[in-house]
Design a protein around this ligand. Structure first.
Ligand code: ADP
Ligand code: MG
Length: 319
C-alpha cells in the first residue's frame, strides 16, 4: 500500500492540540452531560409513566372483578327469584284449573271469565320466569347441551302436536314442510325445539292472516337451516339488528295487546350458539318475516358437567 506510514513520517509526531480542538472537546463533554441528564430525566419520566400504567392496570383489574361480581350477583338473583316465583305461580295455576274444572261447584259466567284471566296471566308470568331462569343459567354458564341422534320428522311431529291445541285463529294455518332427505342430526333436540317454538309462537302472535311455515334444508356442507316464515306484520329493517338482544320488543298495535318478555329471541340466539350455530332474521313490513336457525349437523359437545359430557361423548360419532 502506498499510503502506509513510514518511520519518521509526520504522522508519528504527536499532533499539536490546537485551541479549537480543546474547545470542541469541552463542547462535546457538555453536550454529553446534557444528553445524559436528558436521558436521566426521560428515564425518570418513563418510570413514572410505568407506575401510572401499573396503577391503571390494577384499577382495571378491580373494575373487572367488580363487574364479574355484579354479573354473578345478577345471575344469582335472577335464578333465586325465578325459583321462588315458580312455586306460588304453580299454585295459582293449579287452583285456577280446579275452579275451571268446577270440582268445587259451578261458576257464574263472569266468574269463569275472571278465573280464565287469572289462569292466562299466571301462564304468561310462568313463561317469563322460565325465560329469566334460562337466561340466568346461560349467563352463569350453567346450561350445557346434551346432544343425541334424532330424526327431523320426529322433531316436526312433536312441534305439530305442541301447537295444535293453541291454534285458535282460523285465518292462520301452521304448515310443516315435509323434511327433505337430510342426514340425521346429532344435537340437543330440546334446545333446538325451544328455539323453533319461540320462532313459531312469535310468528303466530304477529300473523293475523295467512300462514306460518316451518321448513328445513341443507345449508353449507355439514350444516342444516331451519326456517320459520310468516305472512304477518313484518319488522322494519332498523329494528332487525337489535331483535335478538335481551328485552327488545318492537312497538306495534299487536304488541300492545300481547304480553311477552322480549326474552324469547335473546334466548334462542344463546341456545343456537350453544349448539354451535347462529340465528338470523329477514323481514318486510306488511309482507312477513323469516327467522332462521342454522346449526351444524353434529353439535360440539358442551364442556360441563363432566357426567353429561361423558354420556354424550359415549354416543358421539367420530366425524
Ligand atoms: N314473526 C315476527 N313478526 C313480527 N315481529 C316479530 C316476530 N318475531 C319477533 N318479533 C318482534 O320481536 C320482539 C321480540 O321477540 P321475543 O324476544 O320472542 O319477545 P316476546 O315474544 O316476549 O315479545 C317481539 O316483541 C316482536 O316485536
Ligand atoms: Mg316470543
Amino acid at each position: 500500500m502506498t499510503d502506509q506510514l513510514k518511520p519518521g513520517s509526520p504522522a508519528e509526531t504527536p499532533p499539536a492540540v490546537s485551541l479549537t480542538d480543546s474547545r470542541d472537546a469541552v463542547d462535546l463533554r457538555l453536550e454529553l452531560a446534557r444528553a445524559r441528564s436528558e436521558i436521566e430525566s426521560l428515564n425518570a419520566e418513563l418510570a413514572e409513566t410505568n407506575n401510572g400504567v401499573i396503577a391503571l392496570y390494577a384499577e382495571l383489574d378491580d373494575q373487572a372483578e367488580a363487574l364479574r361480581e355484579a354479573s354473578d350477583l345478577k345471575s344469582r338473583f335472577l335464578s333465586y327469584m325465578s325459583h321462588e316465583f315458580r312455586v306460588p305461580l304453580g299454585a295459582i295455576r293449579s287452583i285456577a284449573r280446579i275452579l275451571l274444572d268446577k270440582l268445587d261447584g259451578p261458576l257464574t259466567e263472569e266468574q269463569e271469565k275472571q278465573v280464565k284471566f287469572i289462569q292466562g296471566s299466571a301462564v304468561d308470568l310462568s313463561e317469563m320466569v322460565d325465560d329469566l331462569l334460562d337466561l340466568a343459567k346461560v349467563e352463569a354458564g350453567r346450561i350445557t347441551i346434551s346432544p343425541a341422534w334424532f330424526e327431523m320428522v320426529d322433531l316436526f311431529s312433536a312441534l305439530r302436536g305442541m301447537f295444535k291445541p293453541i291454534l285458535t285463529n282460523p285465518e292462520v294455518s301452521l304448515v310443516f314442510d315435509e323434511p327433505p332427505d337430510l342426514p340425521r342430526l346429532y344435537t340437543d333436540d330440546k334446545k333446538l325445539s325451544q328455539i323453533l317454538r319461540n320462532f313459531i309462537s312469535n310468528a303466530l302472535k304477529f300473523t293475523l292472516k295467512g300462514e306460518v311455515r316451518v321448513a328445513v334444508a341443507r345449508g353449507a356442507p355439514g350444516w342444516v337451516i331451519f326456517t320459520v316464515s310468516d305472512t304477518g306484520i313484518g319488522i322494519h329493517q332498523q329494528n332487525l339488528a337489535s331483535l335478538f338482544q335481551d328485552f327488545v320488543q318492537v312497538d306495534s298495535p299487536i304488541q300492545k295487546r300481547m304480553r311477552g318478555s322480549g326474552l324469547g329471541l335473546a334466548l334462542s340466539k344463546k341456545f343456537a350458539e350453544l349448539l354451535g350455530g347462529r340465528v338470523r332474521a329477514e323481514s318486510e313490513p306488511g309482507v312477513g318475516s323469516h327467522f332462521f336457525v342454522e346449526i351444524p349437523v353434529c353439535s360440539p359437545v358442551s364442556e360441563s358437567p363432566a357426567s353429561t359430557q361423558s354420556e354424550a361423548e359415549g354416543e358421539r360419532p367420530d366425524a
